[in-house]
Ligand binder design. Structure first.
Ligand SMILES: Nc1ncnc2c1ncn2[C@@H]1O[C@H](COP(=O)(O)OP(=O)(O)OP(=O)(O)O)[C@@H](O)[C@H]1O
Ligand SMILES: [Mg+2]
Length: 303
């Protein structure tokens, strides 16, 4: 379990993280979402003791990072995939970490296998592709078989196969009862991966909720219907208590009648339908609405 209480970080006049209080629990994947520059990496660095909080505190299973003996066996993290010595082989990179954390050397082959790098164990990472670099970073995080794992934007720059692999790995780690904390600025990715969500904007907490509840509260669902005779259809829907909304493309949107009822009403009134579909507004829209006020760097329109 990771616990943050009133965590704050100021760099000169910039407040990167402001009064963050939340817990990351075991057994689920917790997504850490926020627009670029919202303070995700700064928060993760403070969890690992790489940055000192200006105020507040972080506890990992009740202790500060530097109070953990052999920290890699408690918490494994991927913050920056390029943080490896380019001239040291993948095997030797892991060997160095294992020896300094009292980790049995057989774990090195295990994790290289697990991340699919066994074939390039004797190669130097300077020739690695982006995806291979991420995999080596993940191998380092898993090396100490820790109960807590933290990944900062692990899917950045990966191909669909790599993204799916990381997604499944995180789910598996959580299913084993571990604490999995993963950051992203993409709602669509988190919707497929996370069970719980922490959303921040300009360093402040905006939401701490289960993914199911976030979807329930934010994903507007409606029925879209299209007909060459939409005036008659509209009248029939209104008689049944619906409030159809006319869209610029000629279709009607109905939030208060289910698709089946709309189809039945059309049939009863001999109205031909060209489309009858169930729609869900994207979570990306909900995330943008939530964070809109706090986006650090807006693109200027028209440029
Ligand atoms: N070492 C530093 N010195 C000064 N300002 C910093 C430093 N590190 C981060 N910041 C500032 O703190 C804010 C939060 O940055 P951070 O990198 O934590 O955001 P992020 O959510 O990880 O963004 P991204 O999605 O782009 O990775 C930004 O305004 C950034 O410019
Ligand atoms: Mg970041």
């Amino acid at each position: 379990m990771i616990e943050l209480a009133g965590l704050t970080k100021r760099y000169g006049r910039t407040t990167a993280v402001q009064d963050l209080t939340f817990s990351v629990r075991p057994g689920v994947v917790t997504g850490f979402l926020g627009p670029n520059g919202s303070g995700k990496s700064t928060t993760m660095r403070m969890i690992l003791g790489l940055d000192h909080p200006s105020a507040g505190q972080v506890r990992i299973d009740g202790r500060r990072y530097h109070q953990l003996a052999d920290p890699l066996t408690h918490i494994g993290a991927l913050l920056e995939a390029k943080a490896v010595h380019p001239g040291r082989t993948a095997y030797h990179h892991l060997l160095c970490l294992a020896q300094s954390n009292d980790i049995p050397l057989r774990r090195i082959d295990d994790v290289l296998d697990l991340v699919g790098l066994a074939g390039v164990a004797k190669k130097r990472p300077k020739g690695f592709s982006l995806g291979m670099g991420q995999r080596l970073g993940i191998a380092s995080a898993l090396l100490g078989d820790p109960r807590i794992l933290m990944f900062d934007e692990p899917v950045n720059g990966l191909d669909p196969e790599g993204i799916q692999w990381i997604r499944n790995l995180m789910k598996r780690l959580a299913a084993e009862g571990r604490t999995v904390f993963v950051s992203s600025h993409l709602m669509s990715e988190m919707a497929l991966t996370a069970d719980h969500l922490i959303v921040i904007g300009q360093g402040r907490l905006l939401a701490d909720t289960s993914m199911a509840r976030f979807i329930e509260e934010n994903a507007r669902t409606f029925v879209r219907v299209r007909s060459p005779d939409h005036e008659r259809l509209r009248a029939a829907l209104e008689r049944a208590g619906g409030r159809p909304r006319q869209c610029p493309d000629g279709s009607l949107e109905i939030e208060d009648l289910p698709a089946a009822r709309v189809g039945e009403l059309a049939a009863e009134n001999d109205v031909v339908l060209h489309e009858l579909s169930h729609q869900q507004a994207s979570l990306e829209e909900a995330f943008m609405r939530l964070t809109h006020e706090s986006v650090e760097y807006h693109a200027r329109a028209g440029r």
